[in-house]
Structures are given as C-alpha cells and as structure tokens.
Design a protein around this ligand. Sequence first.
Ligand SMILES: *[C@@H]1O[C@H](CO)[C@@H](O)[C@H](O)[C@H]1NC(C)=O
Length: 239
Amino acid sequence: MMRFSYLLCTVTLLCYVYGCASAIFTIKNNCPYTIWPATLTSRRGSILTGFELESQATATLNAPVGWSGRIWARSACSYSEGRFKCLAGDCGSGQVACNGAGGAPPVSLIEFTLNGDGNKDYYDISLVDGFNFPLSVAPRGGCPTAVCPVNINNRGCPPELAEGDGRGGIIGCKSACIAFNQTQYCCTEQFGTPKTCKPSFYSEFFKRHCPQAYSYAYDDKSSLFTCPSGGNYLVTFCP
Ligand SMILES: *[C@@H]1O[C@H](CO)[C@@H](O)[C@H](O)[C@H]1NC(C)=O
C-alpha cells in the first residue's frame, strides 16, 4: 500500500511537471458552416489555441492534468491584409492560433477546471460575456451534460444587446455587463458578492433560453457541473 501511494505520488508529480494528458476533448462542429474553435489557458499547460474545423468535422485536444481554461468558437473568419480576423469571437492575434489571447465578447464559453477540489472536474457553459453560438459539453459516461441549445441571436436578443454582422444580421448577443459596463450587471463593487448581485431583466432573458448556462457571474447553483476526474469530454458547437 505504502509503495503504491509512493508510486502514485511520483507519477502525479511527474505529470504536473511534464504534463500527462488528463482529459481528451473531442470538439465537434455541428454548424452548417466552418468555425474556428479557440482555447485560452488560465492554469497549467499547453493545448492547441486555435484551429479550423469544417462543418461536421471533429478534432481532439489533449488537456494536461490540472488544466483550467475556456473553449469558444469563432466564425466568419478570413484574411485581410495578411491578418486573420473573425467577425465573431475574434482573439486579435492576427493568426488562426490565439496564442494566449481571449475571445472578444459577445462569445459563449465552455469553462473547465480539471482535477479540482475532491479530484473532480468542474465544467460549465458561460454566457457572462454574451452569446455567439449554441453549444454543449458532454462528459463520456454518466456525468451530466451541460447544453445551451438555442440560437439566442435570432430568439429575440434585445436590440441594445445585439451585435450586428454589418449586413443586417446578428452574430452575437452581448451580456448586459458587456453592453452597459454597470456594476449591478457586472457583479462588481457593492454588487461583488453572490448576495448582492441579483439576476436582471437581461440575465433572465439568457437564462430563459439556456437554463443550464451562467447568465451572470454568481449563477452557480444551476450552472456549475462536476464529474470525477479522468474522463473525456465531447464539446459540440450547434448541438
Ligand atoms: C467599465 O467601467 C469602469 C468604471 O466604472 C472603467 O474603469 C472600465 O474601464 C470600464 N470598462 C470598459 C470596458 O469600458
């Protein structure tokens, strides 16, 4: 027993140093057009930061032990004067890889913390920065799926939140925090606690369409999911 825990400890330590794969993310594009998924790491390790994914294609990413970060998708991307740029979810890197830059809101996010407290993975869908794509995260085997199945862009996104595509269409729906930058929507200053930051007219609009997603910063009760660590995940855009 002693020897086994010593071995386990050594392996875990080596994994932290050298980055063993902790989870495999399979990313699927179920949208009827090409998207460019992207990732931003907040803790631990290297993972592909951006790539092209044709309609109906899948890609796999290896996330190291203890990885924490977000995944989102960009659309309507092209090169202009040698710089790669997307109408939705752009990260400003000028390349397909985001290289540590986050997506410009409005953007729907999938957030992961692998190997967190209690040796569990924590995952959620966040619309705290707004919405650009319907999406889902499905653990392989048993644990609950989180899904935001509705294309909020054409389900009555309030005009004051809508992000236009320049041709009369809507490519994203901003959160009230992003649109108005006010403390009561952003849960900052005197609204910086779960007790004082309440749902708003706007956050309730998002919650109605995607009850399993974070609609504002302290929306944890119905939006944070856990699964024993060691499993793999299917992330689908346009599920
Ligand atoms: C939001 O407002 C705060 C002050 O209330 C300001 O410091 C900050 O720069 C603003 N952010 C944006 C993105 O405009």
